[in-house]
Design a protein around this ligand. Sequence first.
Ligand SMILES: [Zn+2]
Length: 103
Amino acid sequence: MQNIKKGDTVQVLKGKDRGKKGKVINVFAAAGKALVEGCQMAKKHRRQTRQDQKGGIISIEMPLAVSNLMIFCKHCSKPTRVGAMVLKDGTKTRVCKACKEVL
Ligand SMILES: [Zn+2]
Protein backbone atom coordinates (compact mmCIF):
# COMPACT_ATOMS: atom_id res chain seq x y z
CA MET A 1 0.00 0.00 0.00
CA GLN A 2 1.11 3.54 -0.66
CA ASN A 3 2.17 5.61 2.23
CA ILE A 4 -0.23 8.48 1.74
CA LYS A 5 -0.45 11.07 4.45
CA LYS A 6 -2.59 14.02 5.30
CA GLY A 7 -1.35 17.07 3.40
CA ASP A 8 0.08 15.09 0.47
CA THR A 9 -0.83 16.09 -3.05
CA VAL A 10 -2.22 13.10 -4.89
CA GLN A 11 -3.65 12.33 -8.28
CA VAL A 12 -6.75 10.20 -8.70
CA LEU A 13 -6.14 7.17 -10.91
CA LYS A 14 -9.62 5.72 -11.14
CA GLY A 15 -13.24 6.72 -10.99
CA LYS A 16 -15.12 9.81 -12.09
CA ASP A 17 -12.37 12.15 -10.94
CA ARG A 18 -9.59 10.30 -12.71
CA GLY A 19 -6.71 12.62 -13.44
CA LYS A 20 -7.71 15.16 -10.82
CA LYS A 21 -5.20 16.38 -8.34
CA GLY A 22 -5.90 17.38 -4.80
CA LYS A 23 -4.60 17.66 -1.32
CA VAL A 24 -5.25 14.83 1.10
CA ILE A 25 -7.53 16.16 3.81
CA ASN A 26 -7.75 13.02 5.88
CA VAL A 27 -6.61 9.42 5.81
CA PHE A 28 -8.56 6.48 7.15
CA ALA A 29 -5.77 3.97 7.47
CA ALA A 30 -7.92 1.14 8.79
CA ALA A 31 -10.29 1.41 5.82
CA GLY A 32 -7.52 2.09 3.30
CA LYS A 33 -9.26 5.27 2.24
CA ALA A 34 -8.47 8.93 2.03
CA LEU A 35 -10.34 12.17 1.56
CA VAL A 36 -8.97 14.30 -1.25
CA GLU A 37 -9.81 17.97 -1.55
CA GLY A 38 -12.21 18.61 -4.42
CA CYS A 39 -12.38 14.95 -5.50
CA GLN A 40 -15.23 12.48 -5.37
CA MET A 41 -17.67 15.23 -4.47
CA ALA A 42 -21.11 14.18 -3.44
CA LYS A 43 -24.19 16.18 -2.63
CA LYS A 44 -25.46 15.42 0.78
CA HIS A 45 -28.57 16.37 2.57
CA ARG A 46 -27.57 17.18 6.03
CA ARG A 47 -29.28 18.30 9.11
CA GLN A 48 -27.56 20.79 11.30
CA THR A 49 -25.76 18.70 13.85
CA ARG A 50 -23.22 21.21 15.03
CA GLN A 51 -23.34 24.97 15.28
CA ASP A 52 -20.58 25.41 12.73
CA GLN A 53 -22.34 23.28 10.14
CA LYS A 54 -25.04 24.47 7.84
CA GLY A 55 -28.10 22.40 7.20
CA GLY A 56 -29.49 21.68 3.75
CA ILE A 57 -27.69 20.37 0.69
CA ILE A 58 -23.95 20.55 0.79
CA SER A 59 -21.11 19.16 -1.29
CA ILE A 60 -18.62 17.04 0.51
CA GLU A 61 -15.70 14.89 -0.42
CA MET A 62 -16.22 11.16 -0.23
CA PRO A 63 -13.34 8.88 0.73
CA LEU A 64 -11.39 7.35 -2.15
CA ALA A 65 -9.57 4.04 -1.97
CA VAL A 66 -5.90 4.73 -1.36
CA SER A 67 -5.07 2.17 -4.07
CA ASN A 68 -6.72 4.52 -6.59
CA LEU A 69 -4.49 7.41 -5.59
CA MET A 70 -0.93 8.16 -6.42
CA ILE A 71 1.32 10.69 -4.77
CA PHE A 72 2.04 13.61 -7.05
CA CYS A 73 5.66 14.68 -7.19
CA LYS A 74 6.12 18.44 -7.36
CA HIS A 75 9.60 17.98 -8.77
CA CYS A 76 8.60 15.67 -11.65
CA SER A 77 5.13 17.23 -12.10
CA LYS A 78 3.60 13.79 -12.37
CA PRO A 79 2.28 11.01 -10.19
CA THR A 80 5.03 8.87 -8.84
CA ARG A 81 5.91 5.80 -6.88
CA VAL A 82 7.16 6.38 -3.40
CA GLY A 83 10.35 5.01 -1.98
CA ALA A 84 11.59 5.02 1.57
CA MET A 85 14.80 6.60 2.68
CA VAL A 86 16.47 6.77 6.07
CA LEU A 87 18.00 10.12 6.87
CA LYS A 88 21.31 10.58 8.65
CA ASP A 89 19.56 11.15 11.94
CA GLY A 90 17.68 7.87 11.59
CA THR A 91 14.28 9.25 10.68
CA LYS A 92 12.49 7.64 7.80
CA THR A 93 11.24 9.76 4.99
CA ARG A 94 9.51 9.21 1.70
CA VAL A 95 11.16 10.01 -1.58
CA CYS A 96 10.04 10.09 -5.18
CA LYS A 97 11.40 6.99 -6.88
CA ALA A 98 11.92 8.90 -10.09
CA CYS A 99 13.85 11.96 -8.91
CA LYS A 100 14.81 10.89 -5.36
CA GLU A 101 13.54 14.16 -3.97
CA VAL A 102 11.93 14.09 -0.54
CA LEU A 103 8.16 14.23 -0.79
ZN1 LIG B 1 9.90 13.23 -8.53
